[in-house]
Design a protein around this ligand. Structure first.
Ligand SMILES: O=C(O)CCC(=O)C(=O)O
Ligand SMILES: [Fe+2]
Length: 328
């Protein structure tokens, strides 16, 4: 037992975790394993009343994998992996104000994002999350089959262009415009989660440009259908921030959307972003499968498996019922 309590907040995704102080050095792998396991199961997990310095947030994030340095958004001085997401009262456009999954425009997209609320507006500024695993599950067997094996092309070119939302000038943030060719990367339209085995749709309106090998018009028709399907209210949950709240989401199966309904007020968040494990490269240059990141002790992985087995076998049958949390 780790003392953690995991309580679901909505039908499709989302759980709040209590009983942990994330500012502590969680050298206790069982706690990290339990958080990782809750994240895999619930796709986004929330924490309240935390007090984290940027360095403590980095230490916590690094327990889940190497941290990403954003190619366009400047990090904090001396801490490039910490992004400050700030909307000043005079700013009109917020950051992340459309459905997306973070960093799908990279060759190796980030697996998780950990967002900490430093200062929230008096009202508004909630974040919406949508389960792309639930969106996939709800498709017909016919469309699921049709999507199998299809790849989509993702790029930062639209969103970070001079007219794109992400690259708009904001008083409190430095965001570079994608200049010239920024790369296009293909990802499967259906991702199988490496830890849960669950399938999820992996396309998003911000960064997915087209379906590989399809005409633009064909591509647009299917992507528009999917984008509309994927944001169905029944696949979502909504998080109302307080100072000290944290959301940790799995970009492989979750879209999110930062609401921009607090004009004239300030909102200040801090994010660290978890990359997939770096691939170890053997002496002959081939990549070594099942690479374990430098920041993730091998025992973490074993502990995750063990935590899952314990849950399945223990007095808790793993099924949470309304009003009941799961002690893990
Ligand atoms: O500010 C938010 O609620 C989310 C912004 C966003 O898209 C992100 O941090 O990835
Ligand atoms: Fe985002």
């Amino acid at each position: 037992m780790t003392g953690l309590l995991v309580r679901r907040v909505a039908g499709a995704l989302g759980a709040e975790i209590t009983g942990v102080d994330l500012a502590k050095d969680l050298a206790d792998h069982a706690v990290i394993a339990a958080i990782r396991s809750a994240l895999v199961e619930h796709q986004v997990v929330f924490f309240r009343d935390q007090q984290l310095t940027a360095a403590e947030q980095v230490r916590f994030g690094a327990r889940f994998g190497p941290l990403n340095v954003h190619p366009y958004v400047s990090g904090m001085p001396g801490q490039p992996e910490v992004m400050e997401i700030i909307k000043e009262p005079e700013d009109r456009i917020n950051f992340g104000g459309g459905w997306h999954s973070d960093m799908s425009f990279l060759e190796k997209p980030a697996i998780g994002s950990i967002l900490y609320a430093v200062e929230v507006p008096e009202f508004g500024g909630d974040t919406l999350f949508a389960s792309q695993a639930a969106a996939y599950d709800a498709l017909s067997p016919g469309l699921k089959k049709a999507l199998e094996g299809l790849n989509a092309v993702h790029s930062a070119s639209r969103e970070y262009s001079s007219s794109g939302h992400s690259a708009q000038k904001r008083a409190g943030m430095q965001v570079a415009e994608a200049d010239g060719y920024v790369g296009e990367f293909m990802h499967p339209m259906v991702l199988t989660h490496p830890e849960s085995g669950r399938k999820a749709l992996y396309v998003n309106p911000a960064f997915t440009l087209r379906i590989e090998g399809w005409k633009t018009t064909e591509s647009k028709a299917l992507l528009d259908y999917l984008f509309n399907h994927c944001r169905y209210e029944g696949f979502t949950c909504r998080f109302t921030w307080r100072n000290g709240s944290i959301a940790f989401w799995d970009n492989r199966s979750v879209w999110h959307f930062a609401l921009n309904d607090y004009s004239g007020q300030r909102r200040h968040m801090r994010r660290v972003t978890v990359d997939p494990p770096h691939e170890a490269v053997a002496q002959d240059g081939r990549s070594v499968a099942a690479a374990v990141s430098a920041t993730e002790p091998a025992s973490d992985r074993l502990a995750v498996g063990a935590a899952r087995r314990d849950r399945a076998a223990g007095p808790n049958d793993g099924v949470s019922r309304p009003g009941e949390g799961q002690h893990v």
